[in-house]
Design a protein around this ligand. Structure first.
Ligand SMILES: *Cc1c(COP(=O)(O)O)cnc(C)c1O
Length: 433
């Protein structure tokens, strides 16, 4: 679900023309739809209503504090992977006792920081981490709430870089060893066992693997519950979104393709897992990231040059892989549309950025309406793992982020300046020529 569509031939985000956003804040820029984020959250929450639940939005997907604030207001909890993310949640008015802390490499400082703020649970991925948490909690005179992340060894049928629930992945503790590690945890004086957690991967478009993971873990969860009196089971995140044909309503004819992609809805997801999770009699945690924000954001860009070689046509735009790295990092596919609706015959082209890397592209051999310098485009479905993964590579300032809500637009992060690029750098005074 998303609220981007053509109105009178002009691409709009909710009630705002994206041309207007570009005119006011310049390009390149990230634009998000508040209504889309709210609706995605509410729809998932409604679908899961049969369960005693807490939806912990995965902050790493999009961590702007304005987005976190919006989700705090919706009643979300949060799944964090660093002290920095917890800091953001707290800044946005969220509560640490509604946050779970994931990740394979938590430092002692991060563990201490989270414990002092009253984190709901630390999700533990190895025995050495369990020992470290016990030691840190002991030194602070605290008891650390923990869950083990159990790896169910299921195939999520997603890109190998975003698959996490196979036994060959670095994540979690194997199902065969989980009961023994729980027993070890129970013997550590500064730990309190609070739950069981799993997360099998990202961009999963089929409810089957979720049900399979839940089914494989149900016995263990019941056993751990009986032995240690736990409170929750977390099934993690990973619900996929539609990248292909993302503009469902008002799509121009040239956009319609005969074979529609595989997709998953919150209702499909709930139908597959509620029957398995309900009987556990526990609070169920969900950690969606991409599903909540993915289709809620676009990157706005302006075409700088159109370069034609004997082999190809390149539309060179003002955003680049440092702003949105998904195509280069894991072959992410994004729909690209002009802000002004076009009925011209399509031409094949590559849409590329100015960065000095051949991996710097948004689309290759894509049929698009003809583009000319000055034309504006939107790279759709960029709300998750977009801005958060951006870098200053090639000394390109980070983009501004704009949140549209109904008919209003809000700058929620200003564009970096050239001065920002060197802030924090120091030239040693002893340097000689
Ligand atoms: C990344 C991650 C998520 C969120 O994944 P999405 O695919 O964005 O829903 C949830 N839980 C954990 C532990 C993660 O690492």
């Amino acid at each position: 679900m998303h609220l981007f569509s053509y109105i009178d031939g002009s691409l709009c985000c909710e009630g705002v023309r994206l041309e207007e956003v570009a005119a006011r804040f310049g390009t390149p820029a990230y634009v998000y739809s508040a209504g889309t984020i709210r609706e995605n959250f509410r729809r998932l929450d409604r679908a899961l209503a049969p369960l005693d639940r807490m939806i912990c939005y995965a902050v790493k997907a999009n961590s702007n504090t304005a987005i976190l604030d919006l989700l705090v207001r919706e009643g979300a909890g949060f799944d964090i992977v660093s002290a920095g993310e917890l800091f953001r949640v707290l800044k946005a008015g969220g509560r640490a006792d509604r946050c779970t802390f994931a990740g394979v490499g938590k430092t002692a400082e991060e563990i201490a920081w989270a414990l002092k703020r009253g984190i709901y649970c630390l999700n533990v991925e190895s025995e050495p981490e369990l020992e470290r948490i016990n030691a840190v909690a002991g030194s602070l005179g605290l008891v650390a709430p923990i869950a083990l992340r159990v790896n169910p060894d299921v195939d999520a049928h997603t890109h190998e870089f975003i698959s996490t629930g196979k036994s060959k992945n670095k994540f979690g503790i194997g199902l065969d060893r989980a009961a023994a590690v729980y027993a070890a945890a129970a013997a550590m004086p500064h730990l309190r066992i609070r739950g069981v957690q799993t997360h099998i991967g990202s961009q999963i478009l089929d409810a089957g693997p979720f049900a399979e993971a839940a089914g494989k873990l149900a016995g263990l969860v019941a056993d751990i519950h009986a032995r240690h009196g736990i409170e929750f089971f977390s099934i993690g995140g990973g619900i996929g979104i539609v990248y292909d044909h993302a503009l469902a309503s008002g799509a121009p004819a040239w956009w319609q393709s005969s074979d529609h992609p595989h997709r998953i809805t919150p209702e499909d997801y709930a139908a597959a897992i509620v029957p398995v999770l309900g009987p556990l009699g526990l609070k169920i945690l969900f950690e969606p990231g991409r599903f909540i924000v993915g289709n809620a954001g676009v990157v706005l860009s302006t075409v700088q040059y159109v370069k034609t070689t004997p082999a190809k046509t390149f539309a060179i735009v003002d955003s680049a892989m440092n702003d949105l790295i998904r195509p280069a990092l894991y072959e992410g596919w994004h729909e690209i549309v002009p802000l002004e609706e076009s009925r011209a015959p399509l031409v094949p082209m590559d849409v590329v950025g100015p960065v000095c890397e051949s991996g710097d592209f948004f689309a290759q051999d894509r049929d698009l309406p003809p583009l000319a310098p000055g034309d504006r485009i939107a790279v759709l479905s960029s709300g998750a793992y977009g801005f958060v993964m951006s870098s200053n590579y090639n000394s390109r300032p980070l983009l501004p982020e704009i949140l549209v809500d109904g008919k209003s637009m809000h700058l929620i992060r200003r564009r970096q300046s050239l001065e920002d690029l060197v802030a924090g750098e120091t030239i040693p005074r002893t340097q000689t020529s």
